[in-house]
Ligand binder design. Structure first.
Ligand SMILES: [Zn+2]
Length: 261
């Protein structure tokens, strides 16, 4: 089949990219994707973004897709309801900064941008300026802190193994916590700033060890364990709580828009 013809058959630019599912007085938005390897209709919920995605075969029909999604309305509603609640960066929200609870306090008239105060045993993440800027200011602050912590942890791990890396970058990846490029760039999710320090340290040790062993062999794990004795505890923590870190900073309005119109 010629490429232009295939594009014509599969692209179908006029077709909607999302369909609405009605269930129990609510309307859920389901994103539709054609996949060349899909043999049947499947539904998935992305925990981090709360997106509901229906995958269908290249030649499947939208009518069947709609029927399939509608038939699974109860499943969509239940799965979305079971996800941990979104915790937007707004006044009063509690964030586990480095694993310790911090409450966001908006101080409109104050000088500065974002800073931490501790009163008695309560930690506050204070944010100055207009309310509309609070989420962006908090996010920028947390990304900077994450980068600083991850740079320090990566430097310590690199020193312990006698290797060098080029630089650290922090991103908002939902699929992985870290990666190591062959050019020596270490990338991490900035959301690790919500995890206890021993977890962040483990991720740094893991990625730095990839500078020596670009695989997950026994030799690789022995290296990680050598510079990170609490490796197992960190892995257990990530399995139990890792998905939860994605709900922070998630805009409640964006999240609810997916099932209310
Ligand atoms: Zn790895």
């Amino acid at each position: 089949m010629s490429a232009p013809l295939r594009a014509l058959l599969f692209r179908r630019t006029s077709e909607p990219s999302a369909i609405s599912v009605h269930f129990d007085r609510e309307i859920y938005l389901v994103q539709v994707r054609r996949h060349h390897q899909a043999r049947r209709y499947t539904l998935r919920i992305h925990a981090a973004s709360r997106a509901v995605v229906l995958t269908m075969p290249p030649r499947g029909s939208m009518k069947q897709a709609k029927e399939f999604a509608q038939k699974h309305g109860a499943w969509i509603a239940t799965r979305l309801r079971r996800l941990p609640a979104a915790a937007p960066f707004a006044h009063g929200a509690i964030l586990p900064l480095r694993g310790h609870e911090h409450r966001i306090e908006h101080r409109r008239g104050a000088r500065g941008t974002v800073w931490i105060e501790t009163h008695a045993s309560e930690h506050l993440l204070c944010v100055a300026g207009e309310e509309a800027h609070v989420p962006r200011r908090v996010r920028d602050y947390l990304k900077r802190e994450a980068k600083r912590d991850l740079e320090a942890a990566s430097r310590a791990a690199a020193q312990a193994l006698g290797v060098e890396f080029r630089r650290v970058s922090v991103r908002d990846q939902t699929s992985r916590w870290g990666s190591c490029s062959s050019t020596g760039v270490l990338s991490y999710s900035w959301r690790l700033i919500f995890a206890p320090s021993f977890v962040l340290d483990y991720l740094a040790a893991h990625e730095v060890a990839h500078l020596v062993e670009m695989n997950h062999s026994r030799r690789f794990w022995r290296l990680v364990e050598r510079i990170c004795p609490h490796m197992d505890r960190a892995k257990v923590w990530l399995d139990a709580h890792g998905a939860d870190l994605h709900r922070y900073g998630l805009d409640a309005r964006v999240a609810s828009r997916q099932h209310m119109q």
